[in-house]
Design a protein around this ligand. Structure first.
Ligand SMILES: C[S@@+](CC[C@H](N)C(=O)[O-])C[C@H]1O[C@@H](n2cnc3c(N)ncnc32)[C@H](O)[C@@H]1O
Length: 241
């Protein structure tokens, strides 16, 4: 098992109480921040990203009941927090992380998702490609947060859920065709150039890829964050319309 996959070195997102989620939606993040276990303060990072996206959605004038697709949502923390504001969120995850890591507690995963489930947050357990193939749904916004750097090499470079290059490109193009306005895109900074690929042809350098593929009209850096494994990351808004 590589260091990347060991407990503590990557995601184990935290589930929050309904009360804290509701308060967040009302504009008061204190109860959520108070629920963070001290020894897992990195969870703050997920909340920071939810706040950065919520603020940016307000800046671009997205209406409060817009639809959001959260691709690779894990427990759904960010999607659930956005749904508490009014957005209608569909979170997709195949749980490939949990299955590769092998140490995550499945009951913790399902109970966090159940707590966040509501009329405005729906979780679908599926591989993202199967999800796209199974319906023709369209969304105002998509979140692609710390997900795609796993696709060419497989999760945590384990080969699990690996995408072939053609399928990788097709999946991204299909996602762009299903999203009306914006994709929030994040990947570790290293992965923008060196790890994501390994890509000797520079074919999948993000976030520039969206412009090169003529899918985006603009790319804006909206936040810099720190990943659970300590890597710096950048969060961008990709404008599609
Ligand atoms: C590093 S985590 C990021 C979680 C969350 N987006 C965030 O930024 O906090 C990547 C997530 O994507 C999911 N994932 C990876 N490939 C996937 C696929 N092909 N279909 C569905 N989920 C996938 C994993 O199971 C994992 O929960």
């Amino acid at each position: 098992v590589s260091d990347f996959l060991k407990p503590g070195n990557t995601y184990l997102p935290h589930g929050f109480t309904e009360h804290a989620i509701e308060r967040f939606g009302a504009g008061d993040p204190k109860p959520i921040l108070a629920e963070l276990p001290e020894d897992r303060s990195y969870e703050r990072v997920g909340i920071d990203r939810a706040m950065a996206i919520a603020i940016d959605l307000a800046v671009v004038g997205m209406r409060r009941d817009a639809t959001i697709l959260d691709v690779g949502c894990s427990l759904g923390t960010i999607g659930i927090l956005l749904s508490s504001i009014g957005y209608r969120v569909t979170g997709i995850d195949s749980d490939v992380v949990a299955s590769v890591q092998g140490w995550q507690d499945e009951s913790h995963i399902s109970s966090a998702r159940e707590t966040g489930a509501s009329a405005r947050f729906k979780f679908v357990k599926a591989d993202f490609r199967d999800f796209l193939a199974s319906n023709d749904g369209e969304y105002d916004v998509a979140l692609l947060l710390s997900v795609v750097h796993h696709w060419l090499e497989g999760y945590g470079y384990s080969g699990a859920a690996k995408f072939e290059r053609g399928s990788f490109r097709e999946t991204l193009m299909e996602l762009c065709s299903r999203v009306r306005s914006h994709i929030y895109f994040e990947t570790p900074i290293d992965d923008e150039r060196t790890e994501m690929p390994p890509d000797p042809h520079g074919e999948f350098v993000f976030p520039r890829w969206f412009l090169d593929a003529r899918q985006a009209t603009g790319v804006t850096l909206i936040a810099s964050t720190i990943a659970t494994n300590g890597k710096p990351r950048r969060l961008y808004r990709i404008d599609l319309d």
